[in-house]
Design a protein around this ligand. Sequence first.
Ligand code: C5P
Length: 234
Amino acid sequence: MELTPNERLIIALDVDKESAALGLVDELKGYCSIFKVGSQLFTRCGPGVIEKIHDKGCRVFLDMKYHDIPNTVSEAIKAAANMGVFMCTIHAGGGMKMMQAALEARGSSITPQIIGVTVLTSMDQSMLEEVGVMKPLEVQSSLLVNLAQKAGIDGVVASPHEVSKIRQTCGQDFIIVTPGIRPWIADDDQKRVATPREAIRFGANFIVVGRPIIHARSPAKVAEQIVGEIQEAI
Ligand code: C5P
């Protein structure tokens, strides 16, 4: 997949108000062409915000992390496809049938690209054990990656530290989307982090950055710095 540095940065619009989201799009669309609308913004503002981002000439990654019975996920993917979103997420932990239902719902169209969430980048080993997963985190994550590839979905969300291995085992055409990006050391809820340069060198197609950009004093400056790092890494 040939992508420009700008196309490889996805900015997470994790804000409460449509005006704030659209303000960020206006400020940042020179540095990135895909904006992530997640459960926070979507639950607050609804599908209208997606239409408005499209009207500004940008693409939308709808990150709702669907995890439900196959029929419900199928209907949600049909709705996402109708809105014209570029990419959306489902939980690989929802199983083979759920992932295949999502693919069938998309039909013959290329979009939305369907990306599986494996183990959230905010999770560590003790948090996995807390929910009854006793396997080592890497093993659990590989299991879900393999299941996602077998189901035939387009790729996975993976922490920077899992990217190289996934690239090796799943090949060049499997899409890897990587959150947990920190241009500097931060003390927040993301546990498995890396710099933009590292994530791209490890083999990520896309990196997702939220707070380091949207909470910065100058979001555009940080976005520009990150695009520069991506450029250097490719
Ligand atoms: O603010 P920050 O850069 O940590 O944002 C990361 C974004 O990526 C958030 O919107 C979060 O929902 C999303 N994400 C994640 N880990 C995953 C999948 C998505 O952090 N496994």
